[in-house]
Write a protein that binds this ligand. Structure first.
Ligand code: ZN
Length: 183
C-alpha cells in the first residue's frame, strides 16, 4: 500500500452508536484499536476521514426503521470523545448507510489522489458494507481494518467480513498489519 494514495474512512464511531441510542458493547471494544490506527495514520500523513450519520429528524426514512439516532447537531451525532477529529482530519456527513450516497466523499478522495480506502467503524455488515460497495463500484481498492470494525453480533461481523472479501475483493488486515505495511 502506498500511503500517498490511501485514506482512512472511519464510519459512524458516534456517541449514539457506541454509548447512546444504538449502543453496543462490541462497538465500545474496538475503540482502543481505532485510536491506535487513527493516530498511526495521522503520523504517517495518511488522511483520516470521518463518515458520520447526521440524520434529519422527521425526514430521513432510515429513522422509521432504526428509531431516532444521530440527529444532526445533537450530541448523539458527534464522534466519541476518544476518537474526536483533529486539525487536518475530514468530516463528511451522510444520511444513508453508504458514506458515498449523495455526499462529497468521492470528490474529496479524488482531490486527495486516493486509490485505496481503509475502512473501519460501525457496523461491519451495514454502513461499512454499503460504503465498501460504493468504494468498489467507483474503482477504489478496499482494505478493511479487521479489529477496528464490528457489528451488533459476532455472526453479523463475520458475515460482513466474508461478504466484503467475497464480493469486493477486500483485503482484510489488522490495524497493526496496516501500520506495519503502509509506506
Ligand atoms: Zn443512521
Amino acid at each position: 500500500m502506498d500511503k500517498k494514495k490511501t485514506a482512512l474512512i472511519m464510519v459512524d464511531m458516534l456517541n449514539d452508536f457506541v454509548t447512546g441510542a444504538l449502543k453496543c458493547d462490541r462497538g465500545l471494544a474496538i475503540v482502543p484499536h481505532c485510536k491506535t490506527l487513527i493516530e498511526g495514520l495521522r503520523e504517517k500523513g495518511v488522511p483520516v476521514i470521518y463518515s458520520n450519520d447526521a440524520h434529519l429528524k422527521g425526514v430521513d426514512h432510515e429513522l422509521k426503521f432504526w428509531g431516532e439516532h444521530a440527529i444532526a447537531g445533537t450530541k448523539g451525532a458527534e464522534v466519541i470523545p476518544e476518537l474526536s477529529p483533529k486539525e487536518g482530519d475530514y468530516v463528511v456527513d451522510k444520511r444513508r448507510y453508504s458514506g458515498f450516497f449523495h455526499t462529497s466523499l468521492d470528490l474529496l478522495l479524488r482531490e486527495l489522489g486516493v486509490d485505496t480506502v481503509i475502512l473501519g467503524g460501525l457496523h461491519t455488515h451495514m454502513c461499512v458494507r454499503h460504503t465498501a460497495a460504493d468504494a468498489y463500484m467507483l474503482g477504489y481498492n478496499v482494505v478493511v481494518a479487521s479489529d477496528c470494525t464490528d457489528s451488533f453480533t459476532k455472526e453479523d461481523y463475520e458475515y460482513g467480513i466474508k461478504y466484503l472479501k467475497d464480493t469486493y475483493g477486500a483485503t482484510v488486515l489488522t490495524s497493526k498489519e496496516i501500520l506495519d505495511t503502509l509506506n
